[in-house]
Write a protein that binds this ligand. Structure first.
Ligand SMILES: NC(=O)c1ccc[n+]([C@@H]2O[C@H](COP(=O)([O-])OP(=O)(O)OC[C@H]3O[C@@H](n4cnc5c(N)ncnc54)[C@H](OP(=O)(O)O)[C@@H]3O)[C@@H](O)[C@H]2O)c1
Length: 277
């Protein structure tokens, strides 16, 4: 079973560098997928209220046979739950639905600047962390301007910024800001919908190392120091995606993959996204 390294967050707590994402995992198979991922060796599960599978997340945790204290559980507060009272209600609901006493990490899912509630939501996060509802707090899909405002108005720096990152969307300025401020960049849709699997820098590194394109891309994330949360409902791919700690990409291979950045998102633009359902 691969040993996944931990990264240390700016609040002193540890986070596994590679975890298991459960977006679009249907509720009826979520428990099975989570239990299988944990038995395969994953120690971080990335959930969200929006994914509608938090009950399965909790069920899978308990079915896995691995102690709760060994698993890092993340959830997120959705856009229409921003604001002090609703954010608290959302976190309390997630605790109850997952069936845990404390969450390891809670993120503001999107900034939704048009609502102008993310600073107030962050203040509520700080209070809830002090009360012990969650151990660490972070954000997701925050651009530099959103981060600057959060930090200047509250003085509290997020532990994590979970953002879309893959070879075709490398966001170098945002990653640099995260890293200069001690914020871990955690990559969502890290495989980029397989769009770069056939690109030469990926196929060449895969051929040299005997690894798959997905493993080369996940290793690229790891070597850049990102945290990363791939998803697969297939046990064989869960194992494949975890097995990226026994090889290394060369500096030339890292540089070649760096040239694949075309700034192409698979998801929405955080500066305008305001979906509330
Ligand atoms: N914060 C946010 O706004 C946000 C947004 C999106 C996602 N996320 C988080 O990030 C996680 C990962 O993102 P994601 O689920 O969009 O995408 P992903 O992990 O990049 O890719 C998942 C897709 O790739 C396939 N796949 C997985 N491993 C593979 C492999 N080794 N070879 C070939 N295909 C493979 C999966 O199919 P199979 O299942 O059939 O294997 C699935 O269709 C999510 O689950 C969620 O936790 C967060």
């Amino acid at each position: 079973m691969p040993d996944v390294p931990n990264l240390t967050m700016n609040d002193g707590h540890q986070i596994p560098q590679l975890g298991f994402g459960i977006w679009q995992v249907p509720p009826e198979i979520a428990a099975e997928a989570v239990a299988s991922a944990i038995r395969t060796g994953y120690r971080l599960i990335d959930g969200a209220y929006l994914y509608m599978n938090e009950a399965g997340l909790g069920e899978g945790l308990r079915a896995s046979g691995v102690p709760r204290t060994d698993i890092f559980v993340t959830t997120k507060v959705w856009n229409n739950d921003q604001g002090r009272a609703r954010a608290r209600a959302s976190v309390e609901r997630s605790l109850k639905t997952i069936g845990v006493d404390q969450l390891d990490l809670v993120l503001i899912h999107w900034p939704v600047p048009s609502r102008d509630l993310y600073v107030e939501t962050w203040e509520a996060f700080v209070e809830m962390r002090e009360e012990g509802l969650m151990r660490s707090i972070g954000v997701s899909n925050f651009n530099v301007s959103h981060l600057k405002r959060l930090i200047s108005e509250t003085g509290v720096v997020p532990a994590v910024n979970q953002i879309e990152l893959n070879p075709e969307l490398q966001q170098p300025e945002l990653r640099a800001f995260n890293s200069e401020n001690g914020i871990i960049s955690q990559a969502w849709t890290p495989l980029g919908n397989a769009r770069s699997f056939e690109k030469e820098p990926i196929t060449a590194a895969a051929a040299r190392t005997g690894k798959s394109p997905a493993q080369v891309i996940l290793r690229w994330h790891v070597q850049l120091g990102h945290a990363v949360i791939p998803r697969s409902v297939r046990p064989e791919r869960q194992a494949e995606n975890l097995d990226v700690f026994d090889f290394e990409l060369t500096a030339d291979e890292m540089e070649a993959i760096g040239t694949l950045d075309v700034g192409l998102r698979t998801g929405p633009d955080p500066s305008v996204f305001k979906f509330l359902e």
